[in-house]
Design a protein around this ligand. Sequence first.
Ligand code: SAM
Length: 636
Amino acid sequence: MKRSRKHNDTKPHAARSKRGGSAGTPPVPPADGPAVDDGPGRMTPVALPAAFVARTRQELGDPEALALCEALEGTPPVCIRLNPAKWPRTAASTPEAEMSGRTAASEADRPDTVHAALSGSRGATPSSCGPASAEPDATSRPAGERDTAEQGAAGRPETGQNATEQNSSGRPETEQNATEQNSSGRPETEQNATEQNSSGRPETEQNATEQNSSGRPAEVRRVAGEPVAGRIPWSAEGLYLAERPSFTCDPAFHAGAYYVQEASSQFVGHLLRGAGALGARILDLCAAPGGKTTLYASLVGPDGLVVANEIDRRRARVLADNVRKWGTGNTVVTSNEPAQLARFENRFDIVAVDAPCSGEGMFRKDPQARAEWSEGSVRLCAARQAEILRAAWAALRPGGTLVYSTCTFNRTEDEGVLEELLGWAADEVVESEPIPTDPSWGIVCGRVGAFRTFRFYPHRTQGEGFFAATARKAPRTGAAIRAPKPQRQPFNPAGREARQELERWVAAPADYRFAEVAGCYYGYRAAQFEEVKALAGTLAVLYSGVAMGALYDGKLKPDPALAFHTGLDRRALPVAELSHDEAVQYLRKGDLRAEAFAEGTNLVCAGGFALGFAKRIGNRVNNLYPNSLRILKGGA
Ligand code: SAM
């Protein structure tokens, strides 16, 4: 990681500052928080920007500002969100349960306990997979080199062109913050196997599978070997871990069984509980790397649709990888400017803007965020946010719900941009349903006109700095739903024979439509097929539905994405359950012993979670895990 150039007004506050400070000295703790790597063995702490501290004192008052600044020097909690379609639920009526498209057979093959996320309880030790501190992203290949199918805008596979690099807050690169992409610009997720018993089912003894009254998933005791420290109270699938494990060494992570997502961000799911998300069409305008996209994909259920747009093509490819792994098959990944989405007027039930911002909420976990912050970037971000919100509002249908969020504390980018929206859309903005919160969560609730707002401060809430707001667009009869004229139609409907073969691979074939795009067949839930086609006529679609694979002599050669799909019928092929260490070897694209596999193509699983495919020919096993996803570092 390189230290970024500093902008005039970002001069870090001198380390002299001490708690309480004398007159004129802001009361901030010394800079012993996040540090930038200054070369081998040298980590230089980056202090909180002085202008940030001064503004915080002014806005919050000294005691509160001190508490916030102190919290920003602490260690952030480690959080994950389970993929409900890959975990057992006892409440069959939940959208998540439906999402899995289960049949009795496919259900039986799914892990019925949480052992897998659960994995590490046995196998995921640092010694078996490199250093525990290894960041997941650092050990996998960067997105860009794809060997899974990608849909191009014109139906052609995408090539490897890159757009601008960005950091985790999505802060736009500017002259003063051009930095090498580091862990913060990579997806928050990245994934992981588990020991199994002789039946090929996950171990159960240490896992209670009872569901509690809130409809939460079964109890999970460990994730990637790390004990679960508690549940995130506003997120049914959210968990705090006691320490940060090596996610890279956890096959369940690589299987899309959970997403590494900080707690406050998961609140957007809570915001939408009353907004009729089941079956909804959600536009996620600023979507990479996909934390909220995957959450929305679980919320809307199988017949809903998430259009996940990311302006930056390179980040959009990472987003597409995470969408493939999540496996719900109800997401379209596009890479367009928000204005191009705005041409789909009055179209979406919910529009979410998780805006690129100055990233003050990341000051605790990302030293680069401190180094790159400036008052200029706050202004720049606010202008961009206002522009994105205009596009979002146009795409939102009357009666629909807008969700606006940032990971920054300043009013300019939070309440300020909402005030600006109210300036031109005033009469059209109405209140959303009340959002219940518990005082013990520590969220600061407020209002900006009809918007309900929610502030997350790390000294009050167990999560990172975050701001979220929601309101609805007033219902209006006769509002025209407009869409741009399609310029192309990349989808070729699958013929009868193709359909017959493809239907064999999904558990609920009657719910699917299949189409061929550039030699690869894709599966779509019938309810959203026409909508996806309409979007693909104009937008740059990188991925949609589920990539099924290519047909050779009428037989499907499955695409790696099909392994992750929650609607896959596991009766279509033999299932090879691997031990934790074998699974890691598979994820490294290493050699595998033939005895674990049946002749021909196998679904490779660990802890019951599907990782990909492998083909046995006699004594040889072809490891079909995509090069682009393989684990690069960490020796067994
Ligand atoms: N929602 C994502 C998640 O939960 O994983 C994080 C989104 S991040 C905060 C903001 C995203 O906005 C970045 O991926 C960034 O590339 C994108 N972005 C930057 N400039 C943009 C613009 N002008 N319009 C739309 N999106 C933009």
